[in-house]
Design a protein around this ligand. Structure first.
Ligand SMILES: CN(C)c1ccc(C(=O)NC[C@H]2N[C@H](CO)[C@@H](O)[C@@H]2O)cc1
Length: 470
């Protein structure tokens, strides 16, 4: 019965998304054409985690995550990227004042990543507006109390699932005030944009911080869909871009489409945003991916697997189309599921292969211990560790065209347009590459400590580099 309901729901989604006829008749979008680059100009391909949901529950708004945890993460999975959660309520405890001690503590953790060659995207995280009004998402999450106006409308405490709190009258009113839909609190979006200015002023010269993810999973309250994304959400993004650029001319600014519908594969109406910086724009897209069949509680098996795969194709094509409009790279900010369920490791590998193919960065949700994470609450590794311990190019001396990993032959193939910006670095996990790797072209050196194969190529132009076990 559940599967029948599920398939009906996804069939409806197919009609809504045009996933049937429309997608088949629309031109296939081009892969990502713009990239985050390092100080040599090499393209960075980002592979990592969200760290961490626990930041929503701690008094100091920081994840319960240690430097030793990061060492283990690298040792086990070779990641190079983190979507690091920060909280508006902790950053701006009273209107216009910023907690510099909090920023110091964030900077301390960013330094852990910097020391290990990681790249950091700071995520201003909210779920359900803020922990002053919604239970179960931790005490330190989202908007500050002074920015929360319910007008006496209720927020129940007994919703059966956490996402249903988004429909509570008080939560919708809080968002409606923030988006100035009510017209009563035009100051709130400006506070948020200036909070970003404070963050950017602090991290603009930090080489590990590649940029800023402006708002986690935006919810329009009474305004939804294209009206929301082209209306108040675009207004917030434009104001935040202006404030960030007033102090940081170079940090990447990542924009999320609305979560509802788009997380599942529906199109986004997010418009283009001008970047006032000198030189090429640095505005990217940071969508999330949670396929509807799995969101509805089914496993990545049988019929739900086939439907999920279809929705993954819609999501890919719709996000590439949106990225063409936004004009920048795509970093998949979140994907994840209960790894104890049948089929889950296959879904993770499917998403990793999809993002490889179209040059998207990705951050798994999340690094927290537990059934969704890489380790359980006693630190025992689960199936996610093997799935995330995947060979990938960390940095490319050219413009990537595609990355493909064949698990059977253990061959990683990178097609790229070499441009002499520097050598290409490939992470090789111990399981499939116990003795490192060999390169089909160029001159390769193996760093056994970091498990990185560095390949120097002398020619420019389209190259195919295949790495196989040494
Ligand atoms: C109704 N709305 C607005 C809604 C519903 C469901 C999600 C969601 O599942 N999100 C997926 C994951 N992302 C957050 C953290 O960003 C996690 O708590 C969710 O599991 C988001 C929004």
């Amino acid at each position: 019965m559940k599967s029948a309901r599920l398939i009906t729901a996804v069939a409806v989604l197919a009609v809504l998304a045009g996933g049937g006829v429309a997608a088949a008749t629309r031109p296939t979008p081009k892969p990502v054409a713009r990239f985050v680059t390092d100080d040599q100009g090499r393209v960075l391909l980002l592979h990592g985690f969200n760290t961490a949901s626990s930041a929503k529950s701690t008094p100091d708004g920081l994840p319960t995550f240690t430097e030793a945890d990061l060492d283990r993460e690298y040792r086990d999975m070779g990641t190079n990227f983190v979507r690091f959660l920060i909280q508006w309520r902790t950053l701006e405890p009273t209107p216009g004042t910023y907690d510099t001690k909090y920023l110091d503590k964030v900077a301390e953790r960013v330094a852990w990543y910097a020391k290990r060659g990681y790249h950091v995207m700071l995520d201003m995280h909210q779920d359900l507006w803020g922990s002053d009004i919604t239970p179960g998402r931790g005490a330190g999450n989202g908007a500050p109390g002074w920015a929360t106006h319910l007008d006496g409308l209720p927020v129940s405490t007994d919703q059966p699932t956490w996402e249903m709190y988004y429909l509570e009258p008080g939560v919708i009113r809080a968002f409606d005030h923030f988006w100035n839909t009510t017209g009563d609190h035009p100051e709130l979006m400006d506070h948020y944009a200036k909070a970003w200015k404070a963050v950017a002023a602090r991290f603009k010269d930090d080489p590990a911080v590649i940029g800023y993810d402006l708002m986690n999973e935006p919810w329009g309250g009474s305004i939804q869909g294209a009206q929301f994304e082209t209306g108040p959400l675009a207004t917030l993004y434009r104001r935040s871009i202006a404030e960030i650029r007033s102090v940081d001319p170079d940090g990447w600014i990542f924009l999320e489409p609305q979560a509802v519908g788009v997380n599942w594969g529906l199109p986004s109406a997010l418009p283009h945003f001008d970047d006032p910086r000198d030189g090429q724009p640095r505005i990217g897209l940071a969508p999330h991916l949670y396929p509807l069949p799995l969101d509805l509680g089914d496993d990545y098996t049988a019929g739900s697997r086939r439907w999920t795969d279809r929705t993954l194709g819609w999501w890919r094509d719709n996000m590439l189309r949106t990225a063409e409009r936004v004009g920048g790279p795509v970093v998949l900010g979140e994907f994840g599921l209960d790894m104890s369920r049948p089929g889950s490791p296959d879904l993770v590998k499917r998403v990793l292969g999809l993002t490889d193919q179209v040059n998207m960065g990705r951050a798994y949700w999340s690094r927290d211990p537990g059934p969704w994470g890489p380790y359980d609450d006693k630190g025992k590794p689960g199936p996610l560790v093997a799935a995330m311990a995947r060979p990938y190019p960390r940095a490319v001396g050219g413009v990537p065209v595609s990355v493909t990993y064949d698990e059977k032959s253990r061959a990683l193939t990178l097609v790229f347009d070499a441009n002499q910006t520097g050598p290409t670095e490939i992470y090789l996990p111990a399981r499939d590459f116990p003795n490192g790797g060999q390169a089909s072209i160029g001159e390769a050196t193996w760093d056994a400590g970091r498990r990185v194969l560095t390949v120097k190529t002398k020619t420019a132009g389209r190259l195919t580099l295949t790495i196989t076990p040494g």
